[in-house]
Structure formats: structure tokens, C-alpha cells
Write a protein that binds this ligand. Structure first.
Ligand SMILES: [Zn+2]
Length: 152
């Protein structure tokens, strides 16, 4: 369940008051950044009072854990935020298509890519599309017949 777009009380540095804010972006279910409804300033969420810091255990999964070696790739904040918004808006019964080079997709389609995860198709041409993934926008080929792949 997404918090994006919800109202939340937070301390605004510009107003120097605890005021109503709108959640802009969340990370792992926690509010990350908010927008002040009074002055419009966007900033990191700090909460009405300073909360006690909690150590988040590193995610454990086969093949490696988050920590010293594997750093996540940097994400352009605008793209990541848009991806979060699109994910929040997505109807629960939306069709998600596996990405295949030979298939053709339409603007508004949701695809599942083996490496980049869920993506939202934003623009299409005859054989290419621009897809918004969590880690940014990517150009992907589509509607290519494997037999003809090299004959452009
Ligand atoms: Zn403010």
C-alpha cells in the first residue's frame, strides 16, 4: 500500500512549524520526501518529532547481500519518483506483459523486464519504445522479428 499522495504532518524548515505535507516519494514503505502544503517547499521527511533511529538489517538473499560490495546504482530522483507514482496509480488487476523483442507494445502498457523489473511504456515508434523503469528511462527494441534482426 503506497503512502504517495497522502497527507502527513511534518516539520517544515522554511515555515519553522509542523504543518500538513503531501507525501511525494517513499522508500521501502517509509516516507522519504514530502511537500509543504503551506509554502510548497519539497524536502526530506523528518516527521513531527525527531524519531529514534533504527538499524535496518541488510537484506539477505542468495547471491549476495546489500553492504560493502554491492552498491545500488544511482537513481535519477525525478524518474524514480515518477516510477513510484505510476506504480501507486497502477490498478491491482492491470496486465503486466513479459518483455519480448518480438512483441509490440503500446503507450501505457506495463511490462516486466528480466533485468530492469517493472516498466511503464511511455513512447513507441514502429520498433522502439521508451520505458520508465525504477532506475530510469530506457530505450528498448520491440516488434522485431528474430529472423530479420540484422537486416536493417
Ligand atoms: Zn513550509
Amino acid at each position: 500500500m503506497s503512502l504517495v499522495g497522502k497527507n502527513i504532518d511534518a516539520f517544515c524548515l522554511r515555515c519553522q512549524l509542523t504543518l500538513a505535507h503531501i507525501v511525494l516519494y517513499e522508500v521501502a514503505g517509509a516516507v522519504h520526501s514530502v511537500k509543504c502544503k503551506t509554502c510548497g517547499a519539497e524536502h526530506r521527511y523528518r516527521g513531527p518529532k525527531p524519531a529514534k533511529k533504527r538499524e535496518v538489517p541488510a537484506e539477505r538473499r542468495p547471491g549476495g547481500r546489500l553492504g560493502s560490495a554491492a552498491k545500488p546504482n544511482p537513481v535519477r530522483p525525478a524518474d524514480a519518483r515518477q516510477w513510484e507514482l505510476r506504480s501507486a496509480e497502477q490498478p491491482p488487476d492491470a496486465a503486466i506483459w513479459d518483455y519480448r523483442l518480438s512483441e509490440s507494445y503500446e503507450k501505457g502498457d506495463i511490462i516486466a523486464h528480466a533485468h530492469f523489473g517493472r516498466g511503464f511504456v511511455e513512447q513507441v515508434t514502429a520498433d522502439r519504445m521508451e520505458v520508465l523503469f525504477k532506475e530510469g528511462r530506457k530505450q528498448l527494441a520491440m516488434n522485431r522479428r528474430p529472423v530479420d534482426a540484422g537486416t536493417e
